[in-house]
Design a protein around this ligand. Structure first.
Ligand SMILES: [Zn+2]
Length: 331
């Protein structure tokens, strides 16, 4: 959780790994996949009332270095609930406590027992969004409904992830691919699952107009998490900065998307991902949200330095083992 760069890096490493794990048996239909790996744990929602969040815990949740690994999942769900309450997303928007609790239980149950895209990942991403909102006091500039969409989309962005990437879905011709098509297969599935959850309860207190707006916003946010859309998302950022760019008569560097398939070693793939995706994305974000410089950009830059050093030392070791300097100089 230290920074979103490493979270995303791990996300991509995992996907890269999945591409190679072709021996994994994958059910042909989404329904059977979901049943096979659906968690059977129940969150004892009736105990949540007694499970309060202290002031110091709430303060810790606002920090980018909050560690989710120190808490049981039940408590993480209670933390999610505290974030919605702290941002005053319930009462004023017509969302009852019961509707929020039911929504969070359904979110919890809709994440599968997979190595990465599980409930812990859902929590990490939502907590980082909450951290940014708080650090920049975004409620002073952004309507509560927008914040509700942000937090809801973060919590829902990987719902019912089967643990195998879009690339796999397409190559193996899975049921999910048949349902949602070959492009952004998983993101469309996360979105469809999210819509079935929010439509039933969480957003039912909104006016018809607010409800339509929220659905559109959440859809856009979840679909934007498809890494294949990185270039398009960056193009939107560039559009956003066009005015400032004109003023300064200075262009933004074109951005290359990293292709994880091209890279073999972890350090090299981390350097490629962080340099090509995480760094430009977070640099752009930091220009909109000044707080992101400290929360996100600095840790991402630190990670890049770490992996660059690692890559350099790995390269020199390999060069020594190879008995020459050609290998290293080719990096
Ligand atoms: Zn994710």
């Amino acid at each position: 959780l230290g920074n979103i760069g490493s979270t995303l890096s791990r996300c991509v490493s995992r996907r890269h790994h999945q591409h190679q794990s072709v021996e994994v048996a994958v059910p042909r239909t989404p329904a059977s996949a979901a049943r096979r790996i659906r968690r059977h744990l129940q969150l004892p929602v009736q105990r949540w009332g007694a499970c309060s969040v202290s002031e110091s815990e709430l303060e810790a949740l606002k920090r980018p270095d909050f560690s989710n690994w120190d808490w049981p999942e039940e408590k993480l769900a209670v933390f999610l609930r505290a974030m919605f309450h702290d941002l005053r997303l319930t009462g004023r928007l017509g969302i009852g406590d019961g509707a929020l609790d039911n929504f969070l239980v359904q979110v919890y149950q809709s994440y599968n027992r997979v190595p990465f895209h599980n409930f812990q990942h859902c929590f990490m991403v939502t907590q980082m969004v909450y951290c940014l909102v708080c650090a920049d006091q975004l409620w002073l500039r952004v309507p509560r409904l927008e914040l509700l969409c942000l937090l809801t989309a973060a919590a829902c962005h990987d719902l019912d992830h089967p643990g195998l990437s879009n690339h796999w879905q397409r190559s193996a011709g899975t049921g999910l691919s048949a349902c949602y098509g070959p492009e952004a297969t998983l993101e469309r599935h996360h979105l469809a699952t999210a819509m079935s959850l929010v439509g039933r309860g969480l957003l039912s207190g909104l006016t018809a107009q607010e409800f339509r707006y929220a659905r559109r916003r959440i859809a856009r946010l979840i679909l934007a998490t498809d890494l294949a859309r990185h270039s398009a998302v960056m193009a939107e950022f560039q559009e956003f900065f066009a005015e400032a760019r004109l003023e300064r008569s200075q262009g933004i560097e074109p951005l290359a998307v990293m292709d994880p398939e091209r890279f073999a070693g972890k350090a090299k793939s981390q350097c490629g991902f962080i340099g090509g995706v995480a760094l430009p994305m977070n640099s752009a974000l930091a220009r909109v949200l000044p707080c992101a410089t400290e929360c996100l950009l600095a840790p991402v830059q630190q990670q890049l330095r770490h992996y660059t050093d690692l890559l350099a030392s790995t390269g020199s070791q390999q060069a020594q083992q190879a008995g020459g300097s050609e290998l290293f100089s080719s990096n």
